[in-house]
Design a binder for this molecule. Structure first.
Ligand SMILES: Cc1ncc(C[n+]2csc(CCOP(=O)(O)OP(=O)(O)O)c2C)c(N)n1
Length: 803
């Protein structure tokens, strides 16, 4: 470690010394938190701990280069960085560990994420954007390793977009695109595909992104020799290094215990990314993990004695300490004093955090005991209730579950009682469970005034318009209006740019709005979504295009793990109102079948799933979602782009409401529910049914999530008393979801005279070609026969057996 640094030339030695001591204090505060945190888990106060021990020093250097407006997208080792930028206190660290459900105590997630997952607040109490350029930002962490990478790309790209954006007030988000997005990842997690996908994409896009690889040679117990070719990530990424001829990366290497080199390295990385918009990879080597990977095991099991000794001697905090003393920055005595003081501060912080966490539960417990005593005094089953009281009294530090489960258990002893103390207890249980449930289940979707469910329908206006056009023209011209009305909107995807998408829904728009806003992207679905998430988190309105619904699978992990949980896992403190545009339904062949809807619906709760049956409906959904503040997946019908539709006059303005079904044909004998391209087949089948005297009511679901908020389907069942759900997905897929939603509606089950029927595709992926489609997915004939069968069963005289 060399004390010679350009740092010393610019500030006085005293200031330099004071700053170093402050840095040392942060490093050992963080370490002490890790040590005590582990103990909290081992003694049962917290469930699980994963800490930043052994990675303190590079994070302190990084924090110096991190400026207001910048974003972090990192992982569970970054507590020291969060402390260094002033976004994590000792109390908050422990509140996170205990899973405190109050956002004031655990600002990272209000107890929804395990400790070690960090976030700052981008939104105020009304869910409006704060000024992100006035604060240091951290996007919210995820557990699946490397999942922080796709979003990192988008966070960095936002700076690039803001640099060229016109007619948009970006003052809350960017100062001329001057912000850097900083990522961190463990050496072993660089083995993930999305790491390499992100690295490649950022090299192509040339965005201000700095990725630090914290290299401690292991991924839990698995050594680098099993993880990385040549056991060295910077060595194998060498081909990405920029040179005179080619753009690329700046790749830097630094030892994780070398304070001065680390500071210089991070300063340099920040300048390159910020000033040149060139991505940087910093390989931080020779880091350690003094407490092992997590509280789940000890590293003595898999590290050799030699390695363990090496880690002891090369612990970055120890090396930093030695360097401070050797360079006369402080005496050892003074250092010892500082260390003692910090030990007691961390201990006090931990105790305070625990009391803040546990005291409300103790109060609830006392309240309940009081009510139980009152109830037991007049109950015939007094003894049983008293046992429950004793159980609760014996729990000195109860969690909410202890309190509520005992309360609910006790009620069964009071079933036949009828007195005021029972009522009081019941009221208390109802109130407590309702308020506590919200702490765990609120904010999956937007609850703001801009929630899409609050946006009213605006009908397409056809006055004096008899203009029949291909569906794709309506989409194209509506997108034109969108890009004009929302200067912060942009679209990108495979073939979305120069040719205006494979179905010409964006024809000519790149010429009009430029290649930053209407852009081609590589074939890399996960990072296309990552671009969208990151840019949306910085105030842009991205539309990420996945060429075909089938290929959403590559991005499904990121959509599911990151986008769909973001608002929920930050307790509404971060949002990414992006739109995923794709096309599907009724395609042909194993990989072009266009419907894995059941899988999608189950995996992406937290995102609206909209399935318009034509392009006017689709365009209306884009208009609705852009006015809202939440993400959506919009699936256009691939076989609808060339079908004729009447062109509305109010492009960009009409809105398809979310969560509202449409009765496209009213009837009295049976309700048939479907969506997307299959709905057209249902409409044809309904005509055939009509011919033989069966009057079917046809309902287009339109919006799978949210589902029929007004409960129109149960209203229809009240009239027809029969329901057939038609879906092109496999059995148990979207049809099962639709049935579940319908059965939740008041009156739907009671009003059924026939068992609800589901008509789906076969179990297998569809075979190729028109015959493959006919024999794999429900056809018009299948729908007719199924509806007929239901009526035959209920009235065989009127409807004799068909075949
Ligand atoms: C996709 C995925 N697979 C497995 C895990 C379980 N897991 C958690 S951390 C970890 C090792 C990560 O090692 P590394 O990236 O080197 O980071 P370190 O913890 O050493 O800092 C594993 C396998 C996970 N979280 N996500």
């Amino acid at each position: 470690m060399s004390a010679k640094s350009n740092l010393t030339e610019t500030i006085t030695f005293d200031v330099f010394k004071a700053e170093i001591i402050e840095d040392y204090k942060i490093a050992i505060t963080s370490r002490e938190c890790s040590l005590l945190g582990r103990r909290e888990v081992l003694t049962g106060k917290a469930k699980f701990g994963i800490f930043g021990g052994g990675k303190e020093l590079p994070q302190i250097a990084w924090a110096k280069a991190f400026k207001k407006g910048d974003f972090r997208s990192g992982y569970y080792r970054d507590q020291t960085f969060m402390m260094a930028i002033g976004e994590l206190t000792i109390e908050q660290f422990f509140a996170g560990l205990y899973a405190h459900t109050d956002i004031e105590h655990d600002p990272m997630s209000a107890g929804r994420q395990m400790g070690g997952h960090f976030a700052t607040h981008s939104l105020d109490e009304n869910y409006n954007w704060k000024n992100l350029t006035n604060q240091k930002n951290s996007s919210s962490d995820l557990s699946p390793t490397a999942s922080q990478m796709p979003r990192l790309l988008g966070l960095a790209q936002a700076s690039k977009v803001y640099k060229s954006l016109k007619n948009f007030d970006s003052s809350n988000f960017s100062k001329m695109g001057n912000e850097v997005a900083w990522g961190t990842i463990g050496n072993a997690s660089t083995s993930e595909g999305i790491f390499f996908e992100t690295i490649n994409a950022a090299g192509v896009l040339q965005v201000p992104m700095v990725v630090s690889v914290w290299d401690d040679e292991y991924g839990i117990s698995v050594h680098a020799k099993h993880q990385t070719t040549k056991e060295n990530i910077s060595k194998i990424l060498n081909g990405f290094q920029r040179n005179e001829e080619d753009n690329g990366y700046e790749i830097l290497k630094v030892k994780g215990w070398d304070y001065v080199d680390l500071i210089n390295c991070y300063e340099k990385a920040g300048e390159i990314a910020r000033n040149e918009h060139v991505p940087v990879l910093i390989h931080v080597e020779e880091l350690t993990q003094p407490q092992g990977h997590s509280t789940s095991g000890s590293h003595e099991r898999y590290k050799s004695t030699e390695r363990l000794n090496w880690e002891k001697n090369n612990d970055c905090n120890i090396k930093f300490r030695n360097w401070i003393i050797e360079n006369d920055i402080s005496s050892e005595d003074d250092i010892i004093k500082i260390e003692k003081d910090i030990k007691s501060r961390v201990k006090a912080g931990k105790i305070k955090a625990w009391n803040d966490f546990i005291n409300p539960n103790k109060n609830s417990s006392r309240e309940l005991i009081d009510l139980l005593k009152q109830a037991s005094s007049i109950s015939a089953r007094k003894d049983f209730i008293e046992k429950e009281i004793q159980k609760l009294e014996s729990i000195k530090e109860p969690i909410k579950k202890d309190v509520l489960s005992i309360a609910r258990n006790s009620l069964k002893y009071l079933i036949y009682d009828n007195h005021i103390s029972k009522d009081k207890l019941v009221n208390w249980i109802n109130k407590y469970s309702e308020s506590e449930q919200l702490k765990f289940s609120s904010l999956l979707y937007s609850e703001s005034s801009k929630s899409a469910t609050k946006i009213k329908a605006v009908e397409p206006d056809y006055e004096d318009s008899e203009n029949l056009v291909d569906g794709r023209i309506i989409l194209r011209d509506n997108f034109d209006a969108i890009f004009k009305n929302y200067p912060e909107s942009l679209i990108f995807g495979q073939d979305s740019g120069a040719i205006g998408d494979v179905n010409q829904g964006l024809e000519g728009l790149q010429d009009k709005y430029g290649s930053v806003r209407i852009a081609d992207a590589g074939i890399r679905e996960a990072t296309i979504i990552g671009q969208g998430i990151g840019m949306a988190m910085r105030g842009l309105r991205p539309i990420a295009e996945i060429q075909y619904l089938d290929y959403l699978m590559y991005a499904l992990q990121i959509i599911s793990d990151d986008l769909s949980t973001l608002h929920y896992r930050t307790f509404g403190k971060q949002k990414a109102p992006m739109i995923i545009r794709t096309r599907g339904h009724r395609l042909e062949g194993i990989w072009h079948s266009g419907s894995q809807m059941g899988g999608i619906l189950n995996l992406i709760r937290g995102i609206f799933v909209l399935v318009p049956r034509n392009m006017t409906k689709a365009a209306g959904f884009y208009n609705t979602m852009l006015e809202s503040d939440q993400p959506a997946l919009i699936v256009e019908c691939l076989n609808g782009y060339r079908l004729k539709e009447k062109k509305p006059n109010n492009l960009g303005l009409f809105k398809t409401p979310v969560g509202v079904v449409e009765v496209v044909k009213s009837g009295t004998d049976i309700t048939i529910v479907s969506y997307g391209s299959t709905l057209r087949l249902v409409e044809h089948a309904a005509v055939d049914l009509h011919e033989i005297g069966i009057n079917a009511e046809v309902i287009d679901v339109q919006s799978l999530i949210p589902f029929d908020i007004e409960q129109r389907i149960s209203k229809s069942i009240r009239k027809t008393s029969r329901i057939l759900i038609v879906d092109e997905d496999v059995p148990g897929g979207a049809s099962a979801y639709i049935l579940t939603e319908i059965l939740k509606q008041a009156g739907s089950y009671e009003n059924l005279d026939s068992a609800p029927a589901l008509l789906t595709a076969k179990d297998h992926r569809p075979a190729y070609g028109s015959d493959g489609d006919y024999f794999s997915k429900p056809s018009k004939n299948d729908i007719f026969e199924k509806a007929y069968e239901i009526l035959h069963e209920s009235n065989p005289m009127q409807y004799p057996k068909l075949r």
